[in-house]
Design a protein around this ligand. Structure first.
Ligand SMILES: *Cc1c(COP(=O)(O)O)cnc(C)c1O
Length: 350
Protein backbone atom coordinates (compact mmCIF):
# COMPACT_ATOMS: atom_id res chain seq x y z
CA UNK A 1 0.00 0.00 0.00
CA UNK A 2 2.65 2.45 1.11
CA UNK A 3 4.74 1.95 -2.00
CA UNK A 4 2.03 2.05 -4.63
CA UNK A 5 -0.09 4.89 -3.25
CA UNK A 6 -0.21 7.77 -5.70
CA UNK A 7 -2.30 10.78 -4.78
CA UNK A 8 -2.53 11.74 -8.46
CA UNK A 9 -4.84 8.78 -9.04
CA UNK A 10 -7.35 10.37 -6.68
CA UNK A 11 -7.20 14.09 -7.50
CA UNK A 12 -9.87 15.50 -9.85
CA UNK A 13 -8.55 16.16 -13.34
CA UNK A 14 -9.38 19.90 -13.31
CA UNK A 15 -7.64 20.31 -9.94
CA UNK A 16 -4.58 18.47 -11.23
CA UNK A 17 -4.24 20.78 -14.22
CA UNK A 18 -5.38 24.11 -12.75
CA UNK A 19 -3.14 27.04 -11.96
CA UNK A 20 -3.88 28.32 -8.44
CA UNK A 21 -4.64 31.98 -7.70
CA UNK A 22 -1.53 33.75 -6.56
CA UNK A 23 -2.25 36.52 -4.08
CA UNK A 24 -0.06 39.59 -3.61
CA UNK A 25 1.03 38.24 -0.23
CA UNK A 26 1.92 34.84 -1.68
CA UNK A 27 4.37 36.34 -4.11
CA UNK A 28 6.38 38.25 -1.53
CA UNK A 29 6.26 35.88 1.43
CA UNK A 30 10.03 35.33 1.69
CA UNK A 31 11.21 38.90 2.01
CA UNK A 32 12.29 40.57 5.22
CA UNK A 33 8.98 42.32 5.60
CA UNK A 34 10.01 44.80 8.31
CA UNK A 35 12.09 46.76 5.81
CA UNK A 36 9.53 46.88 3.04
CA UNK A 37 6.72 49.15 1.96
CA UNK A 38 3.71 47.19 0.76
CA UNK A 39 1.91 48.84 -2.12
CA UNK A 40 0.86 45.61 -3.80
CA UNK A 41 -2.55 44.64 -2.42
CA UNK A 42 -4.60 47.84 -2.52
CA UNK A 43 -4.90 47.84 1.25
CA UNK A 44 -5.58 50.94 3.34
CA UNK A 45 -2.10 51.88 4.69
CA UNK A 46 -3.26 53.28 8.05
CA UNK A 47 -2.46 50.74 10.76
CA UNK A 48 -5.30 49.45 12.94
CA UNK A 49 -4.14 45.87 13.52
CA UNK A 50 -6.19 44.33 10.72
CA UNK A 51 -5.75 46.68 7.75
CA UNK A 52 -3.45 44.15 6.06
CA UNK A 53 -4.53 40.85 4.48
CA UNK A 54 -3.81 37.88 6.76
CA UNK A 55 -1.02 35.37 6.14
CA UNK A 56 -2.55 33.00 3.54
CA UNK A 57 -0.47 30.12 4.90
CA UNK A 58 -1.10 30.90 8.60
CA UNK A 59 2.56 30.07 9.27
CA UNK A 60 2.56 31.13 12.91
CA UNK A 61 -0.47 29.02 13.81
CA UNK A 62 0.92 26.04 11.92
CA UNK A 63 4.33 26.36 13.59
CA UNK A 64 2.71 25.92 17.01
CA UNK A 65 0.52 23.02 15.88
CA UNK A 66 3.47 21.33 14.16
CA UNK A 67 5.50 21.58 17.34
CA UNK A 68 2.67 20.38 19.61
CA UNK A 69 1.75 17.45 17.35
CA UNK A 70 5.32 16.56 16.28
CA UNK A 71 4.53 17.02 12.60
CA UNK A 72 5.86 19.21 9.81
CA UNK A 73 4.00 22.40 8.90
CA UNK A 74 3.51 21.03 5.37
CA UNK A 75 1.34 18.24 6.85
CA UNK A 76 -1.19 20.82 8.09
CA UNK A 77 -3.97 22.74 6.37
CA UNK A 78 -6.21 25.20 8.22
CA UNK A 79 -9.75 26.11 7.30
CA UNK A 80 -12.69 28.28 8.27
CA UNK A 81 -13.91 25.56 10.66
CA UNK A 82 -13.54 21.85 9.89
CA UNK A 83 -16.61 22.28 7.73
CA UNK A 84 -14.46 24.15 5.19
CA UNK A 85 -11.75 21.51 5.43
CA UNK A 86 -14.31 18.77 4.72
CA UNK A 87 -15.70 20.75 1.79
CA UNK A 88 -12.20 21.15 0.32
CA UNK A 89 -11.77 17.37 0.48
CA UNK A 90 -14.90 16.89 -1.63
CA UNK A 91 -13.85 19.56 -4.09
CA UNK A 92 -10.30 18.25 -4.49
CA UNK A 93 -11.05 14.55 -4.87
CA UNK A 94 -14.68 13.94 -5.86
CA UNK A 95 -15.82 14.50 -9.42
CA UNK A 96 -19.46 15.69 -9.29
CA UNK A 97 -21.98 13.12 -10.58
CA UNK A 98 -19.24 10.54 -11.05
CA UNK A 99 -17.49 9.82 -7.76
CA UNK A 100 -18.97 8.74 -4.47
CA UNK A 101 -18.11 8.73 -0.77
CA UNK A 102 -19.09 6.42 2.07
CA UNK A 103 -20.47 7.69 5.37
CA UNK A 104 -21.63 5.71 8.39
CA UNK A 105 -24.88 6.96 9.94
CA UNK A 106 -25.81 7.84 12.56
CA UNK A 107 -23.04 10.42 12.29
CA UNK A 108 -22.22 14.09 11.81
CA UNK A 109 -24.74 15.58 9.39
CA UNK A 110 -22.32 17.76 7.44
CA UNK A 111 -20.79 14.88 5.43
CA UNK A 112 -24.16 14.21 3.76
CA UNK A 113 -24.86 17.94 3.29
CA UNK A 114 -21.46 18.54 1.69
CA UNK A 115 -21.86 15.49 -0.57
CA UNK A 116 -25.19 16.91 -1.68
CA UNK A 117 -23.84 20.43 -2.31
CA UNK A 118 -20.98 18.99 -4.34
CA UNK A 119 -23.26 16.63 -6.31
CA UNK A 120 -21.34 13.62 -5.03
CA UNK A 121 -23.17 10.38 -4.26
CA UNK A 122 -23.18 9.53 -0.56
CA UNK A 123 -23.30 5.78 0.09
CA UNK A 124 -24.61 5.31 3.60
CA UNK A 125 -23.55 2.14 5.41
CA UNK A 126 -25.22 2.06 8.81
CA UNK A 127 -23.17 1.43 11.94
CA UNK A 128 -23.82 -1.78 13.87
CA UNK A 129 -26.21 -1.84 16.85
CA UNK A 130 -23.28 -0.97 19.12
CA UNK A 131 -22.30 1.85 16.75
CA UNK A 132 -19.18 0.28 15.23
CA UNK A 133 -18.33 0.32 11.49
CA UNK A 134 -19.61 -2.72 9.56
CA UNK A 135 -16.34 -3.45 7.80
CA UNK A 136 -17.58 -6.11 5.37
CA UNK A 137 -20.53 -3.99 4.27
CA UNK A 138 -18.31 -0.93 3.84
CA UNK A 139 -15.75 -2.78 1.72
CA UNK A 140 -18.57 -4.33 -0.31
CA UNK A 141 -19.93 -0.84 -1.05
CA UNK A 142 -16.57 0.37 -2.39
CA UNK A 143 -16.38 0.67 -6.19
CA UNK A 144 -13.88 2.24 -8.56
CA UNK A 145 -15.42 5.69 -8.05
CA UNK A 146 -15.33 5.62 -4.25
CA UNK A 147 -12.90 8.33 -3.22
CA UNK A 148 -13.39 8.92 0.50
CA UNK A 149 -14.67 7.05 3.55
CA UNK A 150 -15.64 9.37 6.41
CA UNK A 151 -15.14 8.02 9.93
CA UNK A 152 -16.06 10.12 12.94
CA UNK A 153 -14.31 8.91 16.07
CA UNK A 154 -15.40 9.65 18.75
CA UNK A 155 -18.62 9.68 16.77
CA UNK A 156 -21.26 12.39 16.93
CA UNK A 157 -24.05 11.80 18.09
CA UNK A 158 -23.27 8.38 19.59
CA UNK A 159 -20.19 9.38 21.63
CA UNK A 160 -18.17 6.18 21.19
CA UNK A 161 -14.84 5.64 19.44
CA UNK A 162 -14.44 3.17 16.60
CA UNK A 163 -12.25 0.13 17.26
CA UNK A 164 -8.61 0.42 16.21
CA UNK A 165 -8.94 -2.87 14.39
CA UNK A 166 -11.75 -1.70 12.13
CA UNK A 167 -9.97 1.57 11.31
CA UNK A 168 -6.74 -0.26 10.45
CA UNK A 169 -8.65 -2.72 8.24
CA UNK A 170 -10.15 0.17 6.27
CA UNK A 171 -6.81 1.98 5.99
CA UNK A 172 -5.17 -1.17 4.67
CA UNK A 173 -7.90 -2.35 2.31
CA UNK A 174 -9.40 0.81 0.86
CA UNK A 175 -7.35 2.42 -1.91
CA UNK A 176 -9.00 5.82 -1.56
CA UNK A 177 -8.81 8.29 1.31
CA UNK A 178 -9.87 7.53 4.88
CA UNK A 179 -10.88 10.68 6.76
CA UNK A 180 -11.05 10.40 10.53
CA UNK A 181 -12.93 13.32 12.05
CA UNK A 182 -11.44 13.79 15.51
CA UNK A 183 -13.50 16.79 16.63
CA UNK A 184 -13.88 15.15 20.08
CA UNK A 185 -10.50 13.42 20.42
CA UNK A 186 -9.38 15.61 23.35
CA UNK A 187 -12.19 14.21 25.52
CA UNK A 188 -11.17 10.62 24.77
CA UNK A 189 -8.61 8.35 26.41
CA UNK A 190 -7.65 7.14 22.95
CA UNK A 191 -4.64 8.49 21.14
CA UNK A 192 -5.10 10.54 18.01
CA UNK A 193 -4.53 8.81 14.66
CA UNK A 194 -2.10 11.64 13.89
CA UNK A 195 0.63 9.32 15.16
CA UNK A 196 -0.10 6.93 12.26
CA UNK A 197 0.22 9.45 9.42
CA UNK A 198 3.63 8.14 8.37
CA UNK A 199 2.27 4.61 8.25
CA UNK A 200 -0.78 5.25 6.02
CA UNK A 201 -0.48 7.66 3.07
CA UNK A 202 -4.27 7.56 2.58
CA UNK A 203 -5.02 8.74 6.13
CA UNK A 204 -6.47 12.22 6.71
CA UNK A 205 -7.36 13.55 10.15
CA UNK A 206 -9.53 16.55 10.87
CA UNK A 207 -9.65 18.36 14.20
CA UNK A 208 -11.11 21.66 15.32
CA UNK A 209 -10.70 24.39 17.92
CA UNK A 210 -14.51 24.48 18.25
CA UNK A 211 -14.98 21.91 21.02
CA UNK A 212 -12.23 21.15 23.55
CA UNK A 213 -10.38 24.40 22.82
CA UNK A 214 -13.46 26.54 23.43
CA UNK A 215 -13.21 28.60 20.24
CA UNK A 216 -16.29 27.69 18.18
CA UNK A 217 -16.79 31.41 17.48
CA UNK A 218 -13.49 31.96 15.65
CA UNK A 219 -14.00 29.08 13.15
CA UNK A 220 -10.70 27.23 12.96
CA UNK A 221 -10.58 23.71 11.59
CA UNK A 222 -7.45 21.66 11.04
CA UNK A 223 -6.51 18.98 8.55
CA UNK A 224 -3.50 16.73 9.17
CA UNK A 225 -2.34 14.53 6.29
CA UNK A 226 0.62 13.68 4.08
CA UNK A 227 2.34 16.68 2.51
CA UNK A 228 1.02 15.46 -0.89
CA UNK A 229 -2.60 15.61 0.25
CA UNK A 230 -2.03 18.98 1.93
CA UNK A 231 -0.50 20.50 -1.20
CA UNK A 232 -3.57 19.48 -3.24
CA UNK A 233 -5.89 21.14 -0.70
CA UNK A 234 -3.67 24.22 -0.58
CA UNK A 235 -3.99 24.60 -4.30
CA UNK A 236 -7.79 25.00 -4.16
CA UNK A 237 -8.37 26.74 -0.83
CA UNK A 238 -9.51 30.38 -0.90
CA UNK A 239 -6.33 32.46 -0.42
CA UNK A 240 -7.38 34.22 2.80
CA UNK A 241 -9.66 31.56 4.28
CA UNK A 242 -8.49 32.05 7.88
CA UNK A 243 -8.78 35.66 8.99
CA UNK A 244 -6.28 37.64 11.07
CA UNK A 245 -8.41 37.80 14.24
CA UNK A 246 -8.87 34.03 14.14
CA UNK A 247 -5.14 33.42 13.68
CA UNK A 248 -4.28 35.72 16.61
CA UNK A 249 -6.85 34.19 18.92
CA UNK A 250 -5.86 30.63 17.97
CA UNK A 251 -2.19 31.34 18.74
CA UNK A 252 -3.14 32.81 22.11
CA UNK A 253 -5.19 29.77 23.04
CA UNK A 254 -2.76 27.16 21.73
CA UNK A 255 -0.10 28.76 23.92
CA UNK A 256 -2.32 28.28 27.00
CA UNK A 257 -2.32 24.50 27.03
CA UNK A 258 -3.00 24.40 30.79
CA UNK A 259 -6.23 26.31 30.40
CA UNK A 260 -7.66 23.91 27.81
CA UNK A 261 -6.51 20.93 29.85
CA UNK A 262 -8.22 22.24 32.99
CA UNK A 263 -11.45 22.86 31.12
CA UNK A 264 -11.35 19.42 29.49
CA UNK A 265 -10.79 17.79 32.89
CA UNK A 266 -13.68 19.73 34.37
CA UNK A 267 -15.98 18.73 31.50
CA UNK A 268 -14.99 15.08 31.88
CA UNK A 269 -15.61 15.22 35.65
CA UNK A 270 -19.06 16.74 35.03
CA UNK A 271 -19.75 14.07 32.43
CA UNK A 272 -19.01 11.32 34.96
CA UNK A 273 -21.28 13.01 37.55
CA UNK A 274 -24.09 13.25 35.02
CA UNK A 275 -23.71 9.60 34.01
CA UNK A 276 -24.21 8.52 37.63
CA UNK A 277 -27.40 10.53 37.94
CA UNK A 278 -28.78 9.40 34.58
CA UNK A 279 -28.58 5.86 35.87
CA UNK A 280 -31.27 6.78 38.42
CA UNK A 281 -33.62 8.61 36.06
CA UNK A 282 -36.61 6.33 35.52
CA UNK A 283 -37.41 7.30 31.94
CA UNK A 284 -33.81 6.71 30.77
CA UNK A 285 -33.56 3.16 29.44
CA UNK A 286 -30.03 3.30 28.06
CA UNK A 287 -26.91 5.42 28.51
CA UNK A 288 -24.53 4.95 25.61
CA UNK A 289 -20.79 4.83 26.40
CA UNK A 290 -19.19 8.20 25.68
CA UNK A 291 -15.70 9.50 25.04
CA UNK A 292 -16.89 12.97 24.09
CA UNK A 293 -18.27 16.10 25.77
CA UNK A 294 -21.82 14.84 25.34
CA UNK A 295 -23.82 11.74 26.12
CA UNK A 296 -26.52 10.01 24.10
CA UNK A 297 -29.37 8.48 26.10
CA UNK A 298 -32.39 6.42 25.14
CA UNK A 299 -35.63 7.45 26.81
CA UNK A 300 -39.28 6.39 26.84
CA UNK A 301 -40.46 9.25 24.62
CA UNK A 302 -37.81 11.59 23.21
CA UNK A 303 -40.22 14.22 21.88
CA UNK A 304 -42.03 14.46 25.22
CA UNK A 305 -38.83 14.64 27.31
CA UNK A 306 -37.31 17.16 24.92
CA UNK A 307 -40.35 19.45 25.28
CA UNK A 308 -40.38 19.06 29.07
CA UNK A 309 -36.75 20.16 29.27
CA UNK A 310 -37.39 23.13 26.97
CA UNK A 311 -40.20 24.17 29.30
CA UNK A 312 -37.61 24.16 32.09
CA UNK A 313 -35.30 26.36 30.02
CA UNK A 314 -32.88 23.63 28.96
CA UNK A 315 -32.17 22.98 25.29
CA UNK A 316 -30.74 19.60 24.33
CA UNK A 317 -30.63 17.77 20.99
CA UNK A 318 -33.38 15.39 20.00
CA UNK A 319 -31.84 12.68 17.81
CA UNK A 320 -34.92 10.48 17.50
CA UNK A 321 -35.16 10.81 13.71
CA UNK A 322 -31.59 9.56 13.13
CA UNK A 323 -31.10 5.93 12.06
CA UNK A 324 -30.60 3.54 15.03
CA UNK A 325 -31.37 6.47 17.34
CA UNK A 326 -35.10 6.14 17.97
CA UNK A 327 -36.07 7.93 21.19
CA UNK A 328 -32.58 9.20 21.86
CA UNK A 329 -31.48 12.57 23.19
CA UNK A 330 -28.00 14.07 23.08
CA UNK A 331 -26.90 16.08 26.11
CA UNK A 332 -23.87 18.37 25.93
CA UNK A 333 -21.85 18.65 29.14
CA UNK A 334 -21.97 22.22 30.46
CA UNK A 335 -20.49 23.91 33.52
CA UNK A 336 -21.02 22.43 37.01
CA UNK A 337 -23.83 24.93 37.55
CA UNK A 338 -25.53 24.12 34.26
CA UNK A 339 -25.10 20.42 34.89
CA UNK A 340 -26.79 20.77 38.28
CA UNK A 341 -29.76 22.53 36.68
CA UNK A 342 -29.99 19.79 34.07
CA UNK A 343 -29.90 17.10 36.78
CA UNK A 344 -32.57 18.88 38.84
CA UNK A 345 -34.77 19.18 35.76
CA UNK A 346 -34.30 15.51 34.80
CA UNK A 347 -35.24 14.39 38.32
CA UNK A 348 -38.21 16.77 38.43
CA UNK A 349 -39.78 15.46 35.23
CA UNK A 350 -39.10 11.83 36.12
C1 LIG B 1 -18.70 20.01 16.02
C2 LIG B 1 -18.11 19.10 15.00
C3 LIG B 1 -17.18 19.57 14.09
C4 LIG B 1 -16.73 20.99 14.17
O1 LIG B 1 -16.85 21.68 13.04
P1 LIG B 1 -16.24 23.15 12.97
O2 LIG B 1 -16.65 23.57 11.60
O3 LIG B 1 -14.74 23.02 13.12
O4 LIG B 1 -16.83 23.97 14.07
C5 LIG B 1 -16.62 18.69 13.18
N1 LIG B 1 -16.97 17.39 13.18
C6 LIG B 1 -17.85 16.91 14.06
C7 LIG B 1 -18.16 15.47 14.07
C8 LIG B 1 -18.45 17.74 14.99
O5 LIG B 1 -19.36 17.25 15.85
Amino acid sequence: MKNNFDINNLVRENVKTMKPYSSARDEFEDFDTAEMIFLDANENPFENGVNRYPDPQQSNVKAILAQQKSLKANQILLGNGSDEVLDLLFRAFCEPKVDNVITLPPTYGMYAVLANINAVENQEVLLSQDFQPEIDAILAAVNQNTKIIFLCSPNNPTGNSFSDESIVTLLQNFKGLVVIDEAYIDFSKKQSWINELDEYPNLIITQTLSKAYGLAGIRLGICYASSQVISVLNKIKPPYNVNELTQKRAIERLNQKDKSEQEINSIIAQREDLLKVLDQVKFVSKIYPTEANFVLIKVDDANKRYDQLIAKGIVIRNRTTQPLCENTLRLTIGTAEENKKLIDALLAIS
